[in-house]
Write a protein that binds this ligand. Sequence first.
Ligand code: GDD
Ligand code: MN
Length: 377
Amino acid sequence: MTSSLSALDNIAWTPPKLSVIVPTFNERDNIAPLIEKLEKTLKGTAFEVIIVDDNSPDGTADLAKDIARQKAHVRCIHRVGRRGLSSACIEGMASSSADYVAVIDADHQHDESILPEMLRRVEEGADIAVGSRYSGEGSSTQGLSKRRQAGSTLATRLSGILTGKALADPMSGFFLMPRSLFNEVAPRLSREGFKILLDIIVSANRRRGGKLVLAEVPYSFRPRFAGESKMSPLIVAQFLGLIVSQISRGLLPTSFLLFSLVGASGVVVHLAMLTLAFEVLDFNFANSQLVATLVAMTSNYLLNNELTYADKKLRGRRFWTGLLSFYIVCSFGTLANVSVASVLYEANLANFLIAGIAGAVMSVVFNYAVTRMFTWR
Ligand code: GDD
Ligand code: MN
């Protein structure tokens, strides 16, 4: 009896050696010409292109599927209700069955013609090949604004400290590695933000006991071919969160740090509102405090929804039920805060300041843990 697997033997089929993952959000006009460029440069290598699209309003996924109907080496992962560059790259790589996986931007800013060289370096033993905008003849001048360049330099320094690897362009979103290495680190990767390579390097380097071998292949960063960049202040905040999270070795997840940051901003909002209501509008203290609390909770909710949980953003009806659950959880959080602080203070275990801080930390931890269960599931 022939198994269904061996029946496949009759079909002409070369398994791909390399999967090229292309994350997309509103890149409709970029993908067809990019695939052509990849075909040209990877001629002779069995490769496939995996477009991971987050249901772009411009119909990138539809177009990608049209192309996939014509080309056996192109497919599309169409994600609905989710956003995020890192998680898109992770899903694309996780769907690969090739020997090697690469990630490249859709907008032609990364020079695809260095892919064969990147592949060669990894075949020769490097763990990860990084397309680098700065090293050697690679130049960063064409594609980045002055401000982006300054930010990029700072980020490079920070991540040098973090990884202990002298890498010219750790912010690169252009890299290639064996699929087996990806599988090793995949469970540890953060799904948030833009900086997936940095995250991969840190995790892989730990697994290799600090002996990870990186190969940098220089290229010149090009201006975007079509469409617009998705970089934003939000992405930068997520990046800083990732760094701190990495320094704490994952003990503090990025989302917890962002949640705490938002909580701190809530204190400022609270005090500002309290002053306004009490001093300017002449409300009595209890009412002023109530208004300030509501406004601060609402602003915390909005910020967390935009920033901390950008990947699970609540919309429509779920936005309102989420807000309600957030109010409820925070009320219990306040209760936790006050009880912990009072117990510590009254049992003479801490002075008033320490007790107050312990209470505040308690409520942040409580609110974080519980809103993850009920609000942003
Ligand atoms: N699926 C998906 N979901 N793709 C996304 C998302 C998302 O939420 N956000 C961005 N992308 C895709 C874009 O469509 C593009 O193909 C690629 O990710 C990079 O996005 P850009 O918006 O072009 O980013 P950039 O050019 O500002 O950032 C570049 O430089 C950074 C370093 O400064 C990229 O190369 C980054 O990877 C790099 O880290
Ligand atoms: Mn870009």
